[in-house]
Design a protein around this ligand. Structure first.
Ligand code: SF4
Length: 307
């Protein structure tokens, strides 16, 4: 609980005189449209057009953050409160008109749960769902509040080693892993992304933890590019991404993806039973969907997802 006027570690929420929290939650720095694959979600409503919003602020302070100009509000002078107001009903109406969804991404959506709840409330009657890209650093109470409003979440797992995770992000990794379990228990579709930072990320350990939760969690391996406080570090090589993808499969994960560096094969969904190609993608777009109500058209196996 914050005292009146006290600002939280997120830097965007403040205690109010009445005992609650105040902040500009109905605000966004961006409003743009792209495909669900761009979030990235590969097993949730492929090809769905998505309006993406992002309000400033994050509970982490990752050294490599490519979005630091909006995520590090209150911590970094280069991050400024540059937003426009968001009317949830208007955003939902725009998404409904194109048969789409609404995503909260680039910064941490759990800092403004009011916006998610309001978007979901308006979206319920018109078939517009809300999805998150999140760092997963939420309490179980916050997940219980938000999960009924979040159809799918892509959680960043940056590491499972406490010490290196704290060094990289400023926070513990344990709640992130717990969030994967909790969102799944609430019925939210969960995918995971991992930025593969040379010399920092341990993909074998992360893959083992994810496979221990479910082998059906899609795992997106993301190439690290030098940014923010890690501008002097080398980018991830395609060889390292291929090795990490192999480690994911060796750990038992059925769906391991690399969006760009390994070409089209890296972003294809293969049937885990007969190995047929069932979903092909361009770079962050859908190219072909052969699934029949989520089943492989060749052998009938159901692939986990929200199709
Ligand atoms: S969790 Fe994401 S948005 Fe937040 S600081 Fe880390 S990389 Fe940036």
């Amino acid at each position: 609980m914050l005292d009146p006027g006290q600002v939280g570690v997120c830097k965007v929420r403040r205690g109010s005189a009445g005992g609650g929290l105040e902040t500009a939650t109905f605000a966004s720095s961006v409003t743009h449209i792209d495909a669900m694959e761009r979030k990235p979600f590969f097993h949730y409503r492929p090809g769905t057009p998505t309006i993406t919003l992002a309000a400033p602020g994050c509970s982490f302070r990752c050294d490599y953050c490519v979005n630091f100009r909006i995520s590090q509000y209150g911590r970094d002078d280069e991050s400024v409160w540059n937003v426009h107001p968001v009317e949830a009903d208007e955003i939902v109406a725009r998404a409904a008109a194109m048969g789409g969804a609404v995503a909260l991404s680039y910064t941490e959506p759990s800092l403004a749960p009011e916006l998610t709840l309001e978007l979901a409330r308006h979206g319920r009657d018109v078939g517009v769902e809300v999805v998150w890209k999140s760092n997963g650093f939420l309490t179980l109470e916050a997940i219980a509040l938000c999960a009924p409003a979040v159809a799918a979440v892509n959680i960043d797992v940056k590491g499972v080693d406490e010490e290196s995770h704290r060094r990289l992000t400023g926070a513990s990794s344990r709640p992130v892993i717990e969030a994967i379990r909790a969102f799944r228990e609430h019925g939210t579709w969960v995918e995971v992304s991992t930025p593969l930072i040379p010399g920092v990320t341990d993909p074998e350990r992360i893959a083992a933890v994810l496979a221990g939760i479910s082998r059906d969690i899609p795992w997106h391996l993301v190439r690290f590019t030098p940014a923010y406080r890690m501008r002097d570090q080398d980018p991830t090589t395609p060889q390292a991404l291929a090795k990490a993808a192999d480690a994911g499969r060796a750990a038992g994960l059925r769906y391991v993806y690399v969006e760009r560096a390994l070409g089209a094969a890296g972003r294809t969904t293969w049937c885990p039973s007969c190995q047929a190609s069932v979903l092909r993608r361009g770079v962050w777009s859908l190219a072909e969907n052969r699934l029949e109500a989520g089943h492989c058209p060749d052998c009938g196996t159901f692939l986990e997802g929200r199709w």
